[in-house]
Structures are given as structure tokens and as C-alpha cells.
Unconditional design. Structure first.
Ligand code: NAD
Ligand code: ZN
Length: 340
């Protein structure tokens, strides 16, 4: 079958790979859609010696499709059933998995499509416990829920205890992940949501998706954000960019006893010293989502209250889709269709 792979460092392309067969406890998924994530850009652009991978592997970690074969001992899922595939590929038996914290099973740099074969192929084989039934949702549209949706959901769930009815929360970067971040906050809280964006079309999208105010990114962000928050700081700030400027703005504008989730892998830095940010304010870098959280995300999407922004691309156009992602000209997630 055809697969789009990281063949060598800084060299990706199509290759023929054997059609995988499901072993005991596994299912094979005919891939419907694969969302392209900004982390893919890191995998595509990194020179040798940076990332802990053996090459080649098939890219694509936001995967949804239809089950088309089941291995021995698999019950409860039927052929042709539409499913979402969890992107982290947890083992199910380590101490994290046994606690139900399967997002910590492997490190941020290992999962399906980052280190092991992902979904930019006609088929993928996965553990039967790592798929979530989609019901009436279309795999060719909702694939981004598996990472953009679920990772932002995990981050929002972690800051929920900090959010009260009178809270202000901030979402920085309303792209693939941040678009869901705004929506989870709208659905799960009654806080005032301030979004920060750089691109005019995403400023508009942020407001459409539920942000009450949108602050423009760029020079002077910290001060503009403070004015918009209006004193006391934001009880939660979700930074989906992670540049020097956004980290600084987050640390200066988070409230006492609040939280800052640094989700974006912009690899910016901030200064850590006593008093550099508000007292008792948590600062953490969340990792992925559990399979249970993915199931909650799918349930919310089934309720019809979630906007899934997807621009679809033919398999042959995957490189053009990555170029659009890199150039920042997508308005919503690119979803590639490996089976047309
Ligand atoms: P994306 O390119 O779809 O979205 C980024 C958005 O941020 C865009 O809308 C862009 O206009 C906006 N932006 C850029 N610079 C900005 C700035 N200075 N201020 C405000 N907005 C700005 O990217 P994505 O796929 O949503 O990924 C977001 C980040 O999350 C990436 O760094 C990615 O690597 C990371 N990520 C982390 C995890 C995790 O588990 N922690 C998982 C997936 C992705
Ligand atoms: Zn594990």
C-alpha cells in the first residue's frame, strides 16, 4: 500500500509498504482522514540528531477511518465501523496506563506518526482498545479531534479547577489546537474568553468559535493583554504558540492561584525566579490526551455543539497541504484523504 513517510531527515515522500494484518487484539483501520498538525512540521524540518527516532516511519497522527479487519480475540467492534484512533499508542500495562493516565505512557516524542508508523497510508493496524467509535461522525472530517481536539481538551480539563464564573481565561493561538481550546472553554465554563491571534482570518475565527474578545498578537502583547483582562490577571492562560513573547505575556498576565498551560512547541523561553509570575499559579506543559478524554471529545462532537474546521486534501496533495500549514495559510485543519 501507499504511505507518506519520513524517509530520511529532512526528506519525506511516498513509498510502497506492505499492507499490515491485525494480530491478536488488534484491528486494521482503512484510513478515512488524517489531520496535519504543526508538530509534523518539527518532524519534517528537524536535521539528524535532534529527534529520538529510527527512520523511516509513516507520518500522520490524527487518524480516523473504518475498521476493515479484526484480529483474534477482538470483540465489540464491527467491520466498517467508523472510529477515531488515539494518537499516543500507549502500552496498557505501565504504571501510567494502569492509573488511567495513558497519555504519559510514552514521551511527547513517541506515538503513531511520530517515531512509529502513522496514518498517512491506506491502512493502519492498532490495538482494539485504542479506537473510539464515531457513530454518525465522518472520519474524513473529524480526524483532527484525535489530537487538536483531544490535546486541547486535556489542557482545558487540567485548568478547569482554576476557573470560576467570574473568571477571565486566555487562549493564545487559535489554530488547529487553539480553535478547540476556545470551544472547550465555551462549552465547559462560563468564563470570559480572550483569544490572542496574529492572522486576520483567525482573529475572525476566534470570535466565531466563542471568544468574547480577541487581542492582536505582536509587539506590546503583554500590555494589551493586561488592558483587555482588566486587572487581577487571567485565572487560566493556554498558550498554543510558546514563543518568547507569548510565554512572557502569559507569565505576566496569569492571576494568583491561576494556571498557565504551555502547549505550543515554539521552544521560546521565560525567566523563572521567585516572584517572576503570580503566587500559587501553576505553570505546566501538558502532554497529549488519554483515550478516555478522546472518548469525551467524541461524545461532545456527537452532541453537535463542536465546530470541526477541516479543509480536505487528496492524498497526492499531502505536500501542498504541509506547505499551506507551514506558510500559515490554512483556515482550519488540513485533512488528507488517503483513500480518496
Ligand atoms: P497551527 O499552526 O494550526 O496554529 C497556530 C496558530 O497560532 C495559528 O492560527 C497562528 O496564526 C497563531 N499564531 C502564530 N504566532 C502567534 C503569536 N505570536 N501569537 C498569537 N497567535 C499566533 O498549529 P497547531 O497544530 O494548532 O499547533 C499548535 C502548537 O501546539 C504547535 O507548537 C504544536 O507543535 C503544539 N502541539 C503540542 C502538543 C502537546 O501535546 N503539547 C500536541 C500537538 C501540538
Ligand atoms: Zn503504558
Amino acid at each position: 500500500m501507499r504511505a507518506y513517510r519520513l524517509l530520511d531527515w529532512q526528506r519525506a515522500g511516498f513509498d510502497e509498504v506492505p499492507m499490515p494484518d491485525p494480530g491478536p487484539g488488534e484491528v486494521r483501520v482503512r484510513v478515512g482522514g488524517v489531520g496535519l498538525c504543526h508538530s509534523d512540521v518539527i518532524f519534517l524540518d528537524s536535521p539528524a540528531g535532534v529527534l529520538p527516532y529510527e527512520l523511516p516511519f509513516t507520518l500522520g497522527h490524527e487518524i480516523a477511518g473504518w475498521i476493515d479487519a479484526v484480529g483474534d480475540g477482538v470483540t465489540g467492534v464491527g467491520t466498517d465501523e467508523p472510529v477515531a484512533v488515539a494518537c499516543m499508542s500507549p502500552c496498557g500495562s505501565c504504571r501510567w496506563c494502569r492509573r488511567g493516565q495513558d497519555n504519559y505512557c510514552v514521551d511527547t516524542w513517541h506515538g503513531r506518526g511520530f517515531g512509529t508508523d502513522g496514518g498517512l497510508a491506506e491502512h493502519i493496524v492498532v490495538g482494539a482498545g485504542q479506537v473510539v467509535p464515531l457513530g454518525d461522525l465522518d472520519p474524513r472530517i473529524v480526524a483532527p479531534l484525535t489530537d487538536a481536539g483531544a490535546t486541547s481538551y486535556h489542557a482545558v480539563k487540567k485548568v478547569l479547577p482554576k476557573i470560576y464564573d467570574d473568571s477571565t481565561v486566555v487562549v493564545i493561538g487559535v489554530g488547529g489546537l487553539g480553535a478547540y481550546g476556545v470551544q472547550w472553554l465555551r462549552i465547559l465554563t462560563s468564563a470570559r474568553i480572550i483569544a490572542v491571534e496574529a492572522r486576520p482570518e483567525r482573529i475572525k475565527a476566534a470570535a466565531d468559535l466563542g471568544a468574547h474578545e480577541v487581542v492582536e498578537a505582536g509587539e506590546g502583547l503583554s500590555k494589551r493583554l493586561a488592558e483587555s483582562i482588566g486587572g487581577g490577571g487571567a485565572d487560566a492562560i493556554l498558550d498554543f504558540v510558546g514563543s518568547d513573547a507569548t510565554i512572557r505575556a502569559s507569565m505576566r498576565n496569569a492571576a494568583k492561584a491561576g494556571a498557565i498551560a504551555l502547549v505550543g512547541q515554539g521552544f521560546g523561553t521565560g525567566e523563572v525566579r521567585y516572584g517572576a509570575w503570580a503566587h500559587d499559579c501553576d505553570l505546566f506543559n501538558p502532554q497529549g490526551a488519554t483515550i478516555a478524554e478522546l472518548a469525551e471529545v467524541i461524545a461532545l462532537a456527537k452532541s453537535g455543539d463542536v465546530v470541526v474546521e477541516a479543509e480536505q486534501f487528496a492524498f497526492d496533495d499531502v505536500e501542498a497541504a504541509y506547505e499551506r500549514l507551514k506558510a500559515g495559510t490554512l483556515n482550519g485543519r488540513a485533512v488528507v484523504l488517503p483513500n480518496g
